[in-house]
Ligand binder design. Structure first.
Ligand code: SF4
Length: 443
């Protein structure tokens, strides 16, 4: 409603439908998507419209603002005006570089402009936070930061401190904020700050599909990302003990004839035999658009061996101690990666395709290194007690009641769903809680 997400409600048990009016219409599947959908369905794998934060039509600026900010006419007016300044996608440019018409969701273009329009937001750039300072009354009193343009040290005071520096950086700030009351790092009476670090389980495989060769040229630029995906579908088999790993994964997939880039045909020698000149042009027309890629994104279960701590001897250029990391996948993750490889190979085979190298059936080799998928979460987990966790369900630290953590650090598990939208939902809930506590003078 605010972000603008395309997708569909497919009635799948582990991918619940969205409330009416939330989702925008998804873009049409690519030709390769349709073939994947047809052949994967023979294997019992559902392929449905992915949920992606790109506007396929203008947001409902007449109805949504009142639902988003009930009773707050100023916020409604600002949001309604801002929604009208976002245009629907025209499917032509690489979204990863930013979206000048603001069709693609980014916090910098979607949240900050209306927040600035309230007049209540002041953004300080090039400010590298070194520590959260604690008052003798046990409350956070603000942060100390370094002006990166000249190295000078400054402080700001605050009634409430919210850390949202990304999971590992938030952990680093906490561990570097030592004081007499918290010698092991701020809000770390449980000893859990830095522990239970997680990433997403990742493994990928691509194939070449003769059925997709020599198709007529057409514009398949589409969204800067998938149009379809496969949500986890084997949870019943898993529950029945038929799989050798816990938790699931979804499959992201790519193919089609997007605008070619430098090196588009690199690595195609196994098909072209190293052709060049006129023959290479013919080969490029034949093979370009006939490749499909599958990437699994799965749940990691937190474990004792995956954590970070302050490195006792290394600091960054500002003299702030850095983190060092310890990592170990369990068999649940490596077996899941092996299952991904088998599944991707089966889909490619069902499409009549071929794989150049692989699949890699040794899960320890098939799995991406920890941190590679850049879905790092955990490190300051939320939970039901101050002995076993760092924050409560409101992302409020148990030890310092005016200190909140609103990034992935609070995740106590890392479901196969990509983490951003959950981080945003938790942050929104925390913001509501902070407002509520401030109004009640409890903060
Ligand atoms: S393709 Fe991406 S960058 Fe281009 S308009 Fe659409 S969302 Fe924006």
């Amino acid at each position: 409603m605010l972000i603008g997400i395309y997708g569909a409600s497919d009635g799948l048990e582990n991918t619940p439908n969205s409330p009416a009016g939330c989702l925008l219409p998804p873009p049409a599947p690519l030709v390769s998507d349709l073939l994947i959908q047809q052949r994967a369905s023979r294997l019992g794998i559902p392929i449905v419209a992915v949920h992606r934060a790109v506007l396929t039509q203008q947001l409902d600026f007449r109805r949504s603002p009142a639902l988003l900010h009930p009773g707050n006419l100023k916020a409604q007016k600002i949001i309604a005006a801002d929604m009208q300044r976002r245009a629907a996608c025209f499917w032509a440019t690489p979204c990863g570089r930013g979206c000048s018409i603001r069709a693609n969701y980014q916090s910098t273009t979607v949240h900050l402009p209306p927040a600035l329009a309230t007049g209540n937001l002041h953004i300080l750039t090039d400010a590298m936070v070194r520590e959260v300072r604690l008052h003798e009354n046990g409350l956070a009193q603000g942060v100390t930061f370094i002006d990166k343009t000249n190295g000078s040290v400054h402080s700001v005071a605050a009634r409430v401190v919210v850390l949202a520096a990304s999971a590992c950086e938030t952990v680093r700030i906490l561990l570097n904020s030592k004081n007499a009351r918290f010698p092991q790092g701020l809000a770390n009476s449980s000893g859990n700050v830095g522990r239970y670090l997680m990433d997403t389980v990742g493994s990928s495989l691509s194939g070449q599909i003769p059925l997709l060769e020599s198709l007529p040229p057409q514009n398949e630029d589409g969204a800067g990302g998938e149009h379809v995906y496969a949500p986890w579908w084997l949870y019943r088999e898993q529950h029945a003990g038929k799989l050798d790993f816990a938790r699931g994964y979804h499959i992201e997939m790519g193919g089609g004839k997007q605008m070619p880039g430098v090196g588009t045909m690199n690595g195609a020698e196994w098909l072209t035999g190293g052709s060049y000149g006129k023959k290479f042009k013919e080969d490029a027309r034949r093979y370009y658009g006939s490749f499909v890629g599958f990437a699994g994104r799965g749940e990691m279960i937190p474990n004792e061996q995956s954590y970070c701590e302050i490195d006792p001897s290394v600091t960054d250029k500002w003299g702030i101690p850095v983190l060092r990391f310890h990592w170990q996948w369990s068999q649940h993750e490596t077996r899941q990666a092996a299952h991904m490889q088998k599944t991707f190979a089966a889909i490619i085979e069902a499409m009549g395709g071929r794989v150049k190298d692989g699949p890699t059936l040794d899960g320890a080799k098939a799995i991406s290194p920890g941190g590679y998928i850049i879905h790092e979460v955990g490190g300051a987990i939320m939970g039901g007690s101050k002995e076993s966790s760092v924050t409560n369900q409101w992302c409020q630290t148990w030890d310092v009641k005016n200190l909140f953590l609103t990034d992935g650090a609070v995740f106590a598990s890392n479901a196969d769903k990509n983490p951003t939208l959950t981080i945003m939902a938790l942050a929104w809930r925390s913001a509501d809680r902070i407002l509520d506590l401030m109004r009640r003078r409890e903060l």
